[in-house]
Design a protein around this ligand. Structure first.
Ligand SMILES: [Fe+2]
Length: 249
């Protein structure tokens, strides 16, 4: 499935990921007080709150702990017990588009757009935490993990109003992005199913859906790569630490 479609859904209930989601939800509820008007916070102040919460999550539940807590998922889906896992979860919190001005979503991309070439073998693990629905989560272009640059699509570079090293940057917003122009007329599909975590190829062209629901939606993600495809250690922009850590299950 992962090779053919470029993604695989994992059932949260069956794998007991629900218990992990509940742990993260508690941290989110403590930091994102629903009594406060979080929609009125500036983009950078909201991202400061995400960054603080993101660090708290990583202190208690970083991806390596996740892998050790749910080893069977990785053994089964990767057919391997040795891989490199991003040593840091990104917390994505997207406010409702109708209540907040400005860009809140991440446009369509591949992970190689912002990383080294060997990121073509990377996988993303995306875990829904709170208020995730078909109206505010991920979208993808079917079979796009097999698309070839300059044959199936071209890219153009665009600068964005995000400052390097700002809180907005530290929670995963890009200061420059590559806009994709497809050569064929194709439409994206939802990369979301209720109650499911998604494991997908970093080459699958994906992006955030604008949050059309009424509440802030929360998810976690981290990247991983098989040992045989790992090339060298790189530094994580958010915390200046090693990006990957080796996992042996
Ligand atoms: Fe991505």
């Amino acid at each position: 499935m992962l090779k053919k479609n470029g993604f695989k859904y994992i059932e949260n209930k069956k794998e007991n990921i629900i218990s992990f989601i509940n742990d993260i939800e508690k941290i989110i509820d403590k930091n994102f007080d629903p009594k406060k008007n979080l929609n009125s916070l500036s983009f950078d102040n909201f991202n400061k709150l995400i960054f603080k919460t993101q660090n708290e999550i990583n202190r208690k539940h970083h991806p390596i702990n996740f892998a050790k807590r749910f080893p069977n998922i990785f053994k089964r889906e990767l057919s391997s017990d040795k891989f490199y896992f991003q040593h840091y979860f990104y917390l994505r919190a997207t406010r409702p588009a109708n209540k907040v001005k400005g860009k809140q979503s991440i446009n369509f991309h591949r992970e190689t757009f912002q990383g080294p070439k060997w990121f073509k073998n990377i996988f993303n693990l995306w875990i829904p935490i709170k208020n995730c629905s078909i109206n505010n989560s991920l979208e993808y272009y079917p079979k796009s993990h097999k698309f070839i640059l300059n044959k199936d699509f071209s890219i153009e570079e665009i600068d964005l109003p995000i400052k390097k090293r700002s809180y907005s940057h530290k929670v995963g917003n890009l200061y420059r992005e590559k806009k994709i122009n497809f050569k064929k007329n194709i439409s994206p599909k939802k990369l979301f199913k209720k109650g499911k975590t998604v494991l997908f190829s970093g080459e699958l062209i994906h992006g955030n859906v604008i949050n059309k629901a009424n509440k802030i939606r929360f998810s976690l993600d981290a990247r991983l790569i098989l040992q045989k495809n790992f090339k060298r250690h790189i530094i994580q922009g958010s915390n200046n630490k090693a990006y990957f850590k080796k996992v042996i299950l």
